[in-house]
Write a protein that binds this ligand. Structure first.
Ligand code: SF4
Length: 286
């Protein structure tokens, strides 16, 4: 049996970078909290918990006695400016793992807001990345995620700056930004969508066309992993597993070429353990 792994499987650049920052701190035996889980993957969260890393929701959860000895990692989604201000006030050490692409958006809204622009963020108002970006323009941004909302906007007569959540759907973005352009003339629109998701989806689609079975590795509730499984299953029988233990092998009997892809929060060691299981127990499968 041949095993092919899709390009762009697993962690994107920003998540890889954030995990590396945390790994280096763990290795250096620093006492560390993360502001929210570093990634949404139960196995990874459990691993870091075992290494003594604690997840906190807010800096206020830390006792005054802890602030001098425990560092806090900000994950790739970023955080509002108020978090940095609070950390400075408390003398807390921050390790900033905000993805540079997200940081760029935060800087953009901060600059434009200070020049008096209206800020529009196209994205999900409840997503931590969007909440973080809004926190760099004093929470004054208007957040929309549907073209129908464009006509309902009531903005002051100031120029407008528009940015997107990095994982926003490109088609919906095009619709919304076209509608904004049609309604407003004094408007600066920045497509800040990151291509990592699209690249991962395109690569898995291409691979699904070439194999006779696809294995998608990632959290059962991870929406981007579910989406990958949906895409693959249009072309070829597909299974969605969380770890190697979910693979019983029956599904691989008689398969000649098996493709593997993984969601954005699946670490490489989980992908490798799936490959190893197929390779080592191959004789059971075919
Ligand atoms: S902006 Fe792109 S590279 Fe950065 S964390 Fe988000 S998806 Fe990953």
């Amino acid at each position: 049996m041949k095993i092919l792994v899709a390009e762009h499987s697993g962690f994107c650049y920003g998540v890889k970078r954030a995990v590396k920052i945390l790994d280096d701190l763990v290795l250096a035996q620093e006492k560390i909290h993360t502001l929210g889980p570093i990634i949404h993957n139960d196995q990874v969260t459990k691993y870091y918990e075992d290494q003594g890393v604690k997840i906190i929701k807010e800096l206020s959860e830390m006792h005054a006695s802890e602030t001098s000895e425990i560092g806090v990692v900000i994950r790739s989604h970023g955080a509002p400016k108020s978090v940095y201000d609070e950390a400075e006030q408390k003398g807390l050490k921050i390790y900033d793992a905000t993805c540079p692409y997200v940081k760029k958006i935060q800087n953009k809204v901060s600059t434009y807001a200070s020049k008096g622009y209206n800020i529009i963020i196209v994205g999900n108002a409840f997503h931590p990345e969007v909440i973080g970006i809004n926190g760099w323009c004093d929470y004054q941004a208007v957040i929309i995620d549907h073209i129908d909302q464009v006509d309902l906007l009531e903005l002051s007569a100031r120029p407008i700056c528009v940015v997107a959540q990095t994982t926003f759907n490109m088609k919906k973005w095009d619709e919304i930004s076209d509608a904004l352009k049609a309604r407003y003339s004094d408007i600066s629109i920045y497509n800040t969508i990151c291509l990592a998701t699209e690249q991962r989806q395109n690569a898995c689609l291409e691979l699904a066309k070439k194999v006779d079975y696809m294995i998608v590795v990632g959290g059962k509730h991870s929406s981007n992993t579910i989406k990958l499984a949906e895409i693959c299953s249009k072309y070829v029988p597909t299974t969605h597993i969380e770890t190697k233990d979910d693979l019983n092998g029956d599904e691989l009997i008689g398969k000649k070429v098996v493709g593997i892809t993984a969601g954005a929060s699946t670490p490489d060691w989980i992908i490798q353990s799936v490959i190893l299981k197929i390779e080592n127990e191959g004789e059971v499968f075919f």
